[in-house]
Design a protein around this ligand. Structure first.
Ligand SMILES: *[C@@H]1O[C@H](CO)[C@@H](O)[C@H](O)[C@H]1NC(C)=O
Ligand SMILES: *[C@@H]1O[C@H](CO)[C@@H](O)[C@H](O)[C@H]1NC(C)=O
Ligand SMILES: *[C@@H]1O[C@H](CO)[C@@H](O)[C@H](O)[C@H]1NC(C)=O
Ligand SMILES: *[C@@H]1O[C@H](CO)[C@@H](O)[C@H](O)[C@H]1NC(C)=O
Ligand SMILES: *[C@@H]1O[C@H](CO)[C@@H](O)[C@H](O)[C@H]1NC(C)=O
Ligand SMILES: *[C@@H]1O[C@H](CO)[C@@H](O)[C@H](O)[C@H]1NC(C)=O
Ligand SMILES: *[C@@H]1O[C@H](CO)[C@@H](O)[C@H](O)[C@H]1NC(C)=O
Ligand SMILES: *[C@@H]1O[C@H](CO)[C@@H](O)[C@H](O)[C@H]1NC(C)=O
Ligand SMILES: *[C@@H]1O[C@H](CO)[C@@H](O)[C@H](O)[C@H]1NC(C)=O
Ligand SMILES: *[C@@H]1O[C@H](CO)[C@@H](O)[C@H](O)[C@H]1NC(C)=O
Ligand SMILES: *[C@@H]1O[C@H](CO)[C@@H](O)[C@H](O)[C@H]1NC(C)=O
Ligand SMILES: *[C@@H]1O[C@H](CO)[C@@H](O)[C@H](O)[C@H]1NC(C)=O
Length: 413
């Protein structure tokens, strides 16, 4: 059961670039454990991201859901390299009332991630206010993923485990147990989802059910104008048509943002600026801008939480983006459709975009840097050079063609 959950179907069309973006998102919030034995040699290495959703019943008989993705103070107490009797174990404690344990087993040529246990304490009345039943609850999932010995297991794709009242999500997973000679392996064993998404997808729909796609997008999204004011007037301006493309549980949802029914707020600071959109189904969609190299602004972060209907909530943050770069004091413009890859499962298509997150004067956009300038930058000089060479040849040709008859005429005389 659970095994299958970890092999959620990928969506075709992702690729290497996408993977890089996912990887970029990882570093900042990743949990990382480098466990060493008594000789200080690495025996287990793991790096990953996870989040949890827990449902519980309150004293007033209503159901509540808490989401835990900021792990606060993390300790790895109880993590062991293992010995002849006990296998290796990753034990993580975060906050005051959560613990998470993974254990491993070894066979002759392979090792396995055996099971994942998650414990939470509903007696913690700050996390679980008004919980009806107080106490420590543990859910255990037997995962049973086999990996060849001396291979690093990698799974960038999102994996979901659902058991009882807990939904666990993992992504950007990198793990190797039974590390040999204290050196983590450079050989990687990819999870099935990654395997498919890193190769050019063959026609996979014949053997597996294809993702259900919501009715094809209703064309281009309408262009909306959003702004943020502070005491000095408008400090951030954005004009854009936005289309969200979210893949969750094998379902692709393409959602056009309707500016008429979307609210916006935000804030402006010298080094960062925030534009936050929300609507009836978008809890928040944050665009965070930052300054780099002292004189360039860019889109650094997208943070979203939205209801996809049917009680399922999609949340994601990537704070290591680098889009829409332009000099401070100017705006960034892109009229053609542009795709922001926020994660492997979430992209934003923008249309007729213009943004200026800093130094807005008198509520108006400053001169724009156009996105055509950042298309394959290195090709532009070549293209310009080629065009010039072409013009030169044409001029020369015209010159000689123009001259020929004259010569001929002169020779007749
Ligand atoms: C939505 O994303 C999926 C997967 O990344 C992709 O195959 C599809 O073409 C995208 N659709 C649009 C309209 O962007
Ligand atoms: C952000 O992404 C870049 C590559 O896109 C990478 O070099 C860098 O290490 C990442 N930084 C963080 C903090 O994840
Ligand atoms: C793990 O720690 C050991 C000892 O501190 C170090 O030599 C090794 O490079 C580390 N490995 C990784 C992958 O960080
Ligand atoms: C491990 O737990 C013990 C007891 O709870 C505590 O005293 C110790 O500081 C912890 N060690 C680390 C590295 O957190
Ligand atoms: C791993 O942990 C689970 C639950 O805590 C336990 O049932 C299982 O026996 C453990 N496996 C090993 C090999 O220790
Ligand atoms: C939480 O529990 C503590 C001690 O059990 C109690 O003092 C506190 O008032 C409780 N807080 C709430 C919000 O119920
Ligand atoms: C570990 O060291 C032993 C002896 O030095 C060697 O035979 C073996 O190939 C090494 N294994 C790896 C994975 O490097
Ligand atoms: C408002 O403008 C004044 C004068 O230009 C400047 O000193 C001040 O920092 C600005 N305040 C904000 C919040 O931007
Ligand atoms: C938004 O409002 C404008 C003017 O009221 C209207 O023309 C347009 O059709 C509306 N757009 C949508 C998507 O509802
Ligand atoms: C956006 O959020 C604000 C504050 O949370 C709320 O008052 C408003 O109704 C929301 N807008 C929409 C369209 O749901
Ligand atoms: C994303 O936004 C939510 C809601 O404001 C916030 O709680 C969360 O900390 C943000 N995440 C990051 C990484 O900034
Ligand atoms: C809504 O969720 C229920 C139970 O999770 C499921 O049976 C049903 O198919 C879902 N409906 C849609 C439209 O996704």
């Amino acid at each position: 059961m659970v095994y299958r959950d970890l092999r959620l179907l990928p969506v075709s069309g992702s690729g290497f670039v996408l993977l890089c973006v996912v990887l970029g998102a990882i570093r900042s919030y990743a949990l990382e454990l480098n466990l060493t034995d008594s000789e200080k040699a690495t025996c287990l290495y793991a790096k990953w991201q996870m989040s949890f959703k827990i449902h519980y019943e309150t004293t007033s008989k209503t159901n509540k859901t808490v989401s835990i993705s900021d792990h606060g103070n993390v300790t790895y107490n109880g993590s062991i390299c293992g010995d002849d009797q006990n296998g290796p174990k990753i034990a993580v404690q975060f906050g005051s009332s959560f613990s998470w344990i993974v254990n491993f087993t070894k066979e002759i040529t392979t090792y396995s991630i055996d099971s994942i246990s998650f414990s939470y304490n509903t007696g913690d009345n700050t996390t679980f206010p008004e919980a009806e039943n107080k106490g420590i609850i543990t859910v255990t999932d037997s995962v049973a993923i086999g990996i060849p010995l001396n291979y690093m297991f990698r799974c960038n794709s999102l994996s979901t485990l659902k058991k009882n009242d807990v939904i666990q999500q993992y992504w950007a997973v990198l793990v190797q147990a039974f590390v040999q000679n204290g050196t983590v392996s450079t050989k990687e064993f990819l999870c099935d989802k990654d395997k498919i998404s890193t190769t050019v997808p063959p026609i996979i729909h014949t053997t597996v059910p294809s993702p259900t796609v919501t009715p094809s997008p209703k064309g281009r999204p309408e262009v909306g104008t959003y702004f943020v004011n502070n005491v000095n007037g408008t400090c951030l301006l954005a004009t854009m048509g936005l289309q969200l493309n979210i893949t969750q549980d094998k379902t692709v949802s393409v959602i056009n943002i309707n500016p008429n029914t979307t609210d916006f707020t935000g804030s402006c600071h010298p080094q960062t600026a925030l534009l936050r959109l929300n609507s009836s189904n978008i809890n928040y969609l944050d665009f965070v801008f930052a300054v780099k190299n002292e004189n360039q602004f860019y889109l650094k972060e997208v943070n979203i939480s939205m209801n996809l209907g049917n009680g399922s909530v999609f949340s994601f943050v990537n704070n290591n983006l680098s889009y829409w770069g332009a000099p401070l004091g100017s705006s960034y413009m892109c009229n053609k459709e542009q795709t922001l890859l926020v994660s492997g499962t979430f992209q934003i298509n923008t249309f007729d975009l213009r943004v200026q997150p800093f130094n807005v004067m008198e509520g108006k956009y400053s001169t724009a840097q156009d996105c055509s300038a950042d298309d394959d930058n290195f090709l532009v000089p070549i293209a310009v050079g080629a065009a010039l060479a072409g013009v030169l040849i044409l001029v020369l040709l015209a010159y000689f063609i123009g001259l020929k008859p004259h010569h001929a005429e002169y020779e007749q005389f």
